[in-house]
Structure formats: C-alpha cells, structure tokens
Design a binder for this molecule. Structure first.
Ligand SMILES: Cc1cc2nc3c(=O)[nH]c(=O)nc-3n(C[C@H](O)[C@H](O)[C@H](O)COP(=O)(O)OP(=O)(O)OC[C@H]3O[C@@H](n4cnc5c(N)ncnc54)[C@H](O)[C@@H]3O)c2cc1C
Length: 400
C-alpha cells in the first residue's frame, strides 16, 4: 500500500515535492505521457509564475470571505521559498515573475528533476476514472487497483482540456459527495455579434475598458486590448472575463464600454483643440493623430458623422456624439470564448467543503485537493500558479 498518491499537475508536483521532503513515500499519477503539460504553455511559454503584488483583490472565489484563510502572507512566503529551493532565478518585470531563462521549460524541468531526486514515483499514461474508499483509497478498482492511505486530487479544471485537465477531477470529487460550483471559462476572450468586427480585426489599442452587468458597473481595467473578428481580447479583457462568464451563464446582460482616449480627463477640450495647430484637416484626419484609421471609420459611423468634414463645422450635438463614441464605445457581449481558449475556470469545489488549514476534504478523511479544482481563480499576472504553489505546499505538508 502507498503512503500518498497525487493525481495531476503543477500543484500536484508541488505537493509531491513538499511531502517527499517531509519523508513521505509519494507516487504521482498523470494521464498524459508527459507531466504538467499546461505549465509549458503558461505565460506564452515563459511561465509567469508569481506576482510581487499579492493583494487578495487579485484572487476570486464564490466564497470570497474565506480567501484570507486559504491565502495568507505566511503561505505566500513559503511559496516563494519553494520556487527558490528549485533553483529558479526570477526575472521580475513590472512585478511579474518569470524564470530568468524566459522559458516555462525551466520551471517544468526543475519540478521534475526535484521529483526524480526525491525518488517520487511517476506513473504516466494512467487515466484515473474511479476512486473508492474502504479502509484505504483504491484507485481504478478492478483495473490497476492502486491502494493508498492518502490521496491528493490536483487534476485542474476544464480550461485548456487538450493539456489533460478535462474536468474529470470534478467527477472524482463528486463521488465523495463534494459539490461542484459550475466551472466557467475565465481569463478568456469576449465575443459579440457586430458586423464591424471584420473591419477592426487585428488592431491593438491602449484603452480603459469597463464592464457592466445589467447596466451596473462592475470593474474597469486599463492597458492594451486586441480587437478581433469575434470581439475583444487581451489581458484587460481576460481580467474582466470571469464576471462576464458568470453573468452570461445567468442570462444577464453584459456590456463593455471602451475609452479609446484614456490619456485625458477632459476629452471635450482635447477634441475641440485638435485643429488648433493643424492646417485644413478634416475630422477623420485629425482623429488619426491618436486613433487607427479603421477604428475612426467605425466610430464616425456609430456617431452618424460624415467623413471628410472639418471639425469646426460639427454641431455641439455631433461633437458630443463623437466624444461619447470615442470615450464610451459600447459593445454588447454575447458569449465568451470556450474552454479551449480559457486559461482558467471559475468555480470548482466550494471553499466551505475544504479545511483551510490543511486542504483536506471536510467530507472524507485523508482526501486533499490542490490548485484549480478548488473554487479559487486569479487574475492574469501569475496568480493562478501562485495558488498552485501555495495549495500544493499546504496539502503536501499536511498529509499525515
Ligand atoms: C494558455 C495558458 C496560459 C497560462 N499562463 C499562466 C501564467 O502565465 N501564470 C499563471 O499563474 N497561470 C497561468 N495559467 C494557469 C495555470 O497554468 C493553471 O492555473 C495551473 O496549471 C493549474 O494547476 P493545477 O495543478 O490545478 O492543474 P494542471 O496544471 O492543469 O494539471 C492537472 C493535471 O492533471 C492531469 N489529470 C487530470 N485528470 C486526470 C485523471 N483523471 N487522471 C490522471 N491525470 C489527470 C492532467 O493531465 C494535468 O496534467 C495558464 C493557463 C493556460 C491554459
């Protein structure tokens, strides 16, 4: 019989290393022929594994009030120490941590090398489809029949299922009477149905973008967005997407408002002064000073203003409409991209069903969970891997 079996990825490897360093005999089971495949595609292949700003506002859960029990300053310090102990030297860019090598492979290899040094057994190409508990846990009874005293389920969410996290972990948890808060795509692109998308596809703009649900302001983000043939993408959009995803799932009305001139607090003054130092330029020519010409056509059309007319011939009403469409460009969001495109999921096992001290199930003794299968998701910027390290360490050291 085994001491501890861990099923899964980034947080699972962390739990395995922590438990093995504490003298436990550890086995990892992975359904793929390669461990932690998802880690290799994180941060565009560079692995944004941490963020300097560890304020809890960057973490989300349906039981937000419990987050401070699961993610504490002390645990954050442990996670950084853990990464350091793997020999990973960070490159820190605007508070975002990457391996200095700029390669997710460095993190991946460091984790696996440590597993090897600690004699952690890794069973690959084994899909866990069933776990039962008698005196011990039995994994895939009537097949592999692997017996273990403790088990950690680190199977991830449903995001990017091609990497192996296809939601099967939720089914395993359900068999132990755990509830699952419906997993929805997050850190994902937002889609709409506007005919002008084909014209703006490929543009990148520095904006402030605000999210409204049933016309109520929810959150705003500033930075670059990408305008695409299905809608909008980019880090700002990703950071709003969890709220959009949840609202769309509840059939609520989702809208974003884009401010294409976030650089001024006084848009009217700015627009009215545009032709001050220029000679005989039309409105669209003046707007080209700060907007892409493809976007100008869309904005003028929305504002019902003709091209090629001088700015000073616009009526006050037309000026107001123009400004409104530049600073408050409204776009109805009808859906998010699907799980194939999502970086993480909202939802999962409720925090109320897990012991925050140990990450042990409150329903089944010696059963633990780590990582994304738990109802905690983070913003873009390294927060999801931060949670993977933190949860892996806590579960790994709690196993008796
Ligand atoms: C494109 C992309 C980019 C990302 N970039 C970043 C980033 O830069 N920074 C950041 O913080 N986060 C990033 N993330 C999110 C981050 O990768 C995840 O939050 C993190 O990997 C979750 O870790 P985990 O341990 O919960 O599960 P995973 O790392 O998803 O691992 C789960 C593993 O379990 C295995 N498994 C599942 N079910 C079974 C089963 N039944 N039997 C056997 N094995 C099973 C899977 O094959 C998989 O290997 C990114 C995600 C994606 C998709």
């Amino acid at each position: 019989m085994k001491d501890l079996v861990i099923i899964g990825g980034a947080s699972g490897l962390t739990a395995a290393i922590t438990a093995a360093r504490n003298g436990k005999n550890v086995t990892i089971i992975e359904k793929n022929s390669k461990c932690a495949k998802k880690l290799l595609i994180t941060g565009n292949g560079k692995c944004n594994f941490w963020n300097e700003d560890q304020n809890l506002i960057h973490y989300h859960s349906n039981n937000k009030e419990l987050l401070n029990k699961f993610i504490t300053k002390e645990r954050q310090n442990l996670a950084l120490k853990f990464i350091n102990s793997l020999g990973i030297v960070p490159k820190i860019k605007n508070g975002y941590y990457y391996p200095f090598s700029n390669q997710a492979l460095s993190m991946h290899n460091a984790l696996l090398l440590e597993c090897q040094k600690l004699n952690i057994q890794i069973i690959k190409d084994l899909n866990v489809t069933n776990i039962i508990k008698k005196e011990t846990f039995i994994i895939n009874p009537n097949k592999e029949n692997i017996k273990t005293k403790n088990i950690i389920i680190s199977t991830g969410s449903k995001a990017a299922p091609k990497t192996g996290s296809d939601g099967q972990g939720y089914e395993l948890a359900k068999k132990f009477n755990h509830n699952i808060i419906t997993p929805l795509p997050s850190l994902v692109q937002l889609k709409g149905k506007e005919s002008y998308f084909k014209n703006w596809s490929g543009l990148r703009c520095e904006v402030t973008v605000s999210l409204f649900i049933d016309n109520k302001f929810i959150k705003k983000e500033t930075g670059e967005i990408q305008l695409t043939d299905y809608g909008v993408s980019g880090i700002c959009i990703f950071n709003l997407s969890r709220y959009a995803s949840i609202a769309i799932n509840k059939n609520k009305k989702v809208k974003i408002s884009i401010n294409f001139m976030p650089f001024t607090e006084k848009p009217k003054e700015f627009i009215k002064n545009l032709n001050k130092n220029t000679y005989k330029k039309t409105t669209n020519e003046l707007l080209e000073g700060f907007l892409n010409y493809k976007l100008i056509d869309i904005i003028l059309k929305k504002a019902k203003i003709k091209r090629n007319i001088p700015l000073n011939t616009l009526t006050e009403n037309e000026i107001n409409k123009l400004i409104q469409n530049i600073t408050n460009f409204e776009l109805n969001i009808t859906e998010t991209h699907n799980m194939d495109h999502a970086q993480v999921c909202t939802g999962g096992i409720p925090l109320t069903e897990i012991n925050s001290e140990t990450l042990e199930s409150l329903k089944i003794k010696n059963l633990y969970f780590t990582g994304e299968i738990i109802d905690i998701d983070g913003d873009c910027g390294g927060y999801n891997l931060s949670w993977a390290w933190i949860s892996g360490i806590i579960a790994g050291k709690s196993v008796k």
